[in-house]
Design a protein around this ligand. Structure first.
Ligand code: PXP
Length: 244
């Protein structure tokens, strides 16, 4: 069965927009994680960024405490964050590139160019019982390098697929790249996840990929919950006002 990991970063983004620096506030990404698990999600993904723009350290510790499925910690291969991961002990770490100005994680890791450093971090995490995934573009050289690092997983970056989904030629090209990368990774002994930009419209196009273990989806699920939950939220507020 194809698994779903829900990325709950955007709950924290919304909280930080109002409560940054206060150590509390809504929505609580931990509460969001529990709802996702209760709904059947197979894992919870949270990205502790160096700039702490959404998930905070306290969120990560709390998630470790309450998540009963699998906690996937996304992070840059940065010394401070690696130390935190070794202490928190998520089930799996997904190493991602992190450029300070980006709105979200825009490109895949350059594994080929950072093989020694990534291999070193992979070993340290594995030694603590944490599995390792590398977030990469569907590029043969990156898949090859990812296998050489000894990582257990790759997460194929589906951003280009999502971006070109609306045009037939682009969609066919990106699906072909993803399929080739998934096959290559599988042959190299890597397990294959995928994510970024997947939504309720483009998902069907991705399901033709072979060897998929898990999809990591965040933004579209959080957006969808806003739409599907708004009706109930307004009714609840009106009920509180009724006796005036
Ligand atoms: N996978 C990785 C490695 C990510 O960094 C992200 C968030 O940018 C996602 C999956 C989820 O992407 P989205 O929020 O677009 O669903």
């Amino acid at each position: 069965m194809l698994k779903l990991g829900v990325n709950i970063d955007h709950a924290a983004t919304l909280r930080e927009a109002r409560y940054r620096g206060l150590g509390h506030g809504e929505p609580d990404p931990v509460e969001a994680a529990l709802i996702c698990e209760a709904a059947g999600a197979h894992g919870i993904t949270a990205h502790l960024r160096e700039d702490r723009r959404h998930i905070q350290d306290r969120d990560l510790w709390k998630l470790r405490e309450v998540v009963r499925t699998r906690l996937n910690m996304e992070m840059a291969n940065a010394p401070e964050i690696v130390e935190i991961a070794l202490k928190v002990k998520p089930d799996i770490v997904c190493l991602v590139p992190e450029r300070r100005q980006e709105v979200t994680t825009e490109g895949g890791l350059d594994v080929a160019g950072n093989e020694a450093a990534l291999t070193d971090t992979r070993k340290r995490l594995n030694d603590r019982g944490i599995e390792v995934s590398l977030f990469i573009a569907p590029d043969p050289a990156q898949v090859e390098a990812a296998a050489r690092t000894g990582s257990q997983f790759i997460e194929l970056h589906t951003g280009a697929f999502a971006e070109h989904f609306g045009e037939a030629a682009g969609r066919v090209r990106e699906v072909a790249r993803l399929m080739a990368a998934a096959r290559q990774a599988h042959q190299a002994g890597l397990q294959v996840n995928a994510g970024h930009g997947l939504n309720y419209q483009n998902l069907a196009g991705l399901l033709q990929l072979p060897h998929l273990v898990e999809l990591n989806i965040g933004h579209s699920i959080l957006c969808r919950s806003l739409v599907t939950g708004l009706d109930a939220a307004v009714r609840e507020m009106l009920a509180l006002m009724r006796d005036y």
